[in-house]
Each structure stands twice: as structure tokens, then as C-alpha cells.
Design a protein around this ligand. Structure first.
Ligand code: SF4
Length: 433
């Protein structure tokens, strides 16, 4: 097993402000086994390339070739120089690296403005007279959104800041559309993604690349990456898992999917991934995989012959945020309603208090799914230990608990444990109900 080297990838796009935590969990578990891995959020890396001087020049060059553009797109193109000139300053401001730029932004003569700025209501009401940082963040977000509008109108209709080609992922009941799209030439976003992936592969030399697919807006990019790896690095194996396969790919039957990857695992990833690694090391037969789709004799098979039990939640290790570009995420304010800020503003350490849901009674919920029905809390002591490790690793003391339904009894125990340890953490609870 020691020869395996894993590359864990979140493909474009999820959130701008913070990494999606799935690969941090898997990396934390691999640490407990002593298996080396490297993780990357290609989403933020592609965004930073796209919204750089060089990236914008490529966007404008493509946009200018289009005909029949809207007045809004034409306005942005006319203002090209203004957009390109300040892009890197705006990005560093949104990364909290140049806070004094806020005063200049708020003067309203620094950022070029197109249609997104028409939605501005009463800035005074939203930000008061001293909320300069937030007001500037909001204005800078509108500036990026104007550029996003240009990209989706004139360069790539599948672009979105937190999703890519989501429509293709949502229609995955048939693989036909995705398959046809994969036969088309690569897009600008594909090109950037694949160049970044290539650098990672050459630097890290992985034997197995794992794609985490939380949402339909991550699927197409993962498949495009898989296609690239199969063509250029045929010895590397490719696996996929995450929330999207867990809910949408349970009846997978199209063998063409396995032209671009080798394994798709369902539900908790730790044990299936361990069995895949052992299988690739020749220590397990293909029949001993766990909850994994793969191709056997050119037919899609769901293999679940392993008798190994799943890894208990308290043995999965502490999520590991190393390798990620933690200081480069962007804090944006898309709407002035402060309730939305948790999803777009600031970087949070994400944790869960329990595996599964303690409640399991909502009539609209599919409680047969593993990640809901198998409830397993961990003790407040382990939770606090994990929080301390994460604070030390990331320098961030804000925690966002992303449980299906955070159990009140654990919340109380955790609060008491925190008081006992005299920790200073900003706790935010998030319920999915
Ligand atoms: S609380 Fe959430 S996870 Fe639990 S049963 Fe209700 S909807 Fe499902």
C-alpha cells in the first residue's frame, strides 16, 4: 500500500470563499493509514487564472469575435482596458490582502460599471456610513459578476462562479449529452483546468486520482479531467465519489462513463477508497471492492463483495487542510442580505458533529440513504481535539458545522467542553432542515 500516491481533486466550481471539505476528510483518513496524498481545489485555482490580467485578455479576445452581443456585453468590451487594468488589485482586495483599496472602490470611479450595478438599492441602508469594507466588497462582487455575464454570454454559456456546466450534470439520467460534450473541442475553462491538472500530475506523480463531486456543477469538469488523464497518463487510475454520485448515479449502467474513469464509489468514501487502493496494489480482487461501480468484461458492475466494515466516524481522523491555497480564496457579497454571507464571505473550517441524522423523521427526506440513516455521533472531546488541530493548521477559529441535522445533545456537550478548555471559537450551526 505504501507505493500508492493519491491526488484528491475538487473540480471547478464550488465556492469562492472556502474549500469544499470532502478532500480534507479523505486526506485526514489517508493520514491515519500512512498513505501519501496531495489535494487541490481546481475551482479556486481556475477562477484565479481566469480573473487575472492574462485570463481577462483571453476572455476579451474571444468575446470580441462574437456577433449579435447584447448592449451590456458591448459596453463591457468597450471598457476592456479599465476591467483588465484593475483586475489583480480587485482580486487581492477580495482576498483580504489590500483592505485600504476599499476607500477607493467606494468612491465609485475606480470600478467600471455595467448592468449588475443597476441593481444597487440603498447602499447607505445596507452598509451605513462606516461599513466601507463590506460596501467595497459588494461593489467589487458586482464588478466580477459583470465580467461573469460577459463570459457566459460571449465565451462559455456553461460558466457560473460556483458551478460549471451544471445543466449537463442535471440531465445525467442519460449520459448522451455529457458524452457528446466531451467529444467537442475544449473550452477556455477546460484549457485552464487541464493545464493546472497537468502541472499537478507532473509535480506529484500520483498513481490514483480521486475526484470529489458534491454537486452537478462539478461533474462535467471531472469527466473532462478524466478524459485528459486517460489520454495522456494511461497508467494513472481514476476514481470518483461524493454527494452527486451518492444520490444521482446509483443506477449507473452506461459503460461509456468508464472511458474516462475507473471507479465510482457510493456513500462514505473511506472504506471503498481503501479497498480500491488495496485492489490496485494486488492485495484484493475486484470482487472485494466495496460499494463501487467499475467495468468488468466491458459491462458496468456494482461490486460490493467486501466483508470489511465501514470506518467508524471516530476513526476517520481529523480533516487535513494542508496543500490548499487557504489565503487565496475570495470573500464576496452577492446580496446585501446578511443571512447569505455564510456561503460567500470569509473562510470557515467545516466539521460535522455526527455521521448521519439523529432525527430521521422528515417525510420529504430519503432517510434510506447511508449518510442520513446511519447516525453515529462523536464525543465532544474528540470534536474539540479536531477543532484545536484545525485552528493550529489553518489559523482560522470560525467553524461551520455542516451536519445533516446537528444533534442538540452534542451541541450542549461541545459548548461545555469548550468552556472547560477556555477555547475562543466562533461557532456557527447549520441545519439542513
Ligand atoms: S433533519 Fe434533515 S437529514 Fe434528518 S430527516 Fe429531516 S431532512 Fe432528513
Amino acid at each position: 500500500m505504501s507505493q500508492a500516491k493519491l491526488l484528491l481533486i475538487t473540480p471547478p466550481f464550488t465556492q469562492l470563499n472556502t474549500p469544499y471539505p470532502a478532500t480534507t476528510y479523505i486526506k485526514g483518513y489517508l493520514n491515519t493509514l500512512g498513505i501519501p496524498s496531495f489535494q487541490a481545489d481546481l475551482g479556486i485555482e481556475v477562477i484565479l487564472h481566469l480573473f487575472s490580467k492574462e485570463g481577462l485578455k483571453q476572455i476579451f479576445a474571444q468575446a470580441k469575435k462574437q456577433r449579435n452581443l447584447s448592449n451590456n456585453a458591448l459596453r463591457i468590451i468597450i471598457l476592456e482596458h479599465s476591467y483588465v487594468q484593475i483586475i489583480e488589485e480587485v482580486i487581492t482586495f477580495l482576498q483580504h490582502k489590500n483592505p485600504t483599496l476599499a476607500f477607493t472602490i467606494c468612491e465609485r470611479s475606480f470600478l467600471p460599471e455595467a448592468s449588475r450595478f443597476e441593481q444597487i438599492d440603498d447602499l447607505e441602508w445596507s452598509f451605513g456610513t462606516i461599513g466601507v469594507q463590506d460596501k467595497a466588497k459588494y461593489l467589487a462582487t458586482l464588478y466580477l459578476e459583470d465580467l461573469g455575464d460577459l463570459i457566459s454570454e460571449a465565451v462559455d454559456p456553461y460558466f457560473g462562479f460556483s458551478r460549471y456546466a451544471e445543466r449537463l450534470g442535471m440531465s445525467a439520467s442519460s449520459y448522451d449529452t455529457l458524452h457528446s460534450k466531451l467529444q467537442e473541442p475544449v473550452t477556455l475553462i477546460d484549457t485552464i483546468t487541464l493545464e493546472l491538472l497537468d502541472v499537478l500530475i507532473q509535480k506529484e506523480g500520483p498513481t490514483l486520482i480521486c475526484f470529489s463531486i458534491p454537486f452537478p456543477g462539478n461533474l462535467y469538469s471531472a469527466l473532462r479531467c478524466g478524459q485528459f488523464v486517460k489520454r495522456n497518463y494511461p497508467k494513472i487510475k481514476i476514481a470518483m465519489g461524493g454527494g452527486y454520485p451518492n444520490t444521482e448515479l446509483r443506477s449507473l449502467s452506461d459503460p461509456r462513463v468508464f472511458e474516462v474513469l475507473d471507479f465510482i464509489s457510493l456513500d462514505d468514501g473511506e472504506r471503498p477508497l481503501r479497498n480500491i487502493i488495496e485492489h490496485l496494489a494486488g492485495k484484493k480482487s475486484i470482487e472485494q471492492l466495496k460499494r463501487t461501480f467499475c467495468l468488468v468484461n466491458q459491462k458496468v458492475q456494482y461490486v460490493n463483495g467486501s466483508t470489511d466494515v465501514d470506518i467508524s466516524f471516530h476513526k476517520t481522523g481529523t480533516p487535513d487542510y494542508s496543500d490548499l491555497l487557504l489565503n487565496d480564496y475570495l470573500s464576496v457579497i452577492e446580496v446585501t442580505n446578511s443571512m447569505h454571507r455564510l456561503w460567500s464571505d470569509g473562510r470557515w473550517n467545516k466539521l460535522t458533529m455526527a455521521h448521519g441524522c439523529y432525527w430521521k423523521k422528515c417525510s420529504f427526506c430519503d432517510i434510506s440513504l447511508d449518510y442520513i440513516k446511519n447516525y453515529e455521533p462523536i464525543s465532544a472531546t474528540i470534536l474539540c481535539d479536531r477543532m484545536e488541530t484545525l485552528i493550529n493548521q489553518t489559523g482560522v477559529s470560525g467553524f461551520h458545522f455542516v451536519d445533516e441535522a446537528a444533534p442538540p445533545s452534542i451541541m450542549k456537550e461541545l459548548a461545555l467542553e469548550l468552556i472547560k478548555r477556555k477555547d475562543e471559537c466562533d461557532l456557527v450551526d447549520q441545519y439542513s432542515v
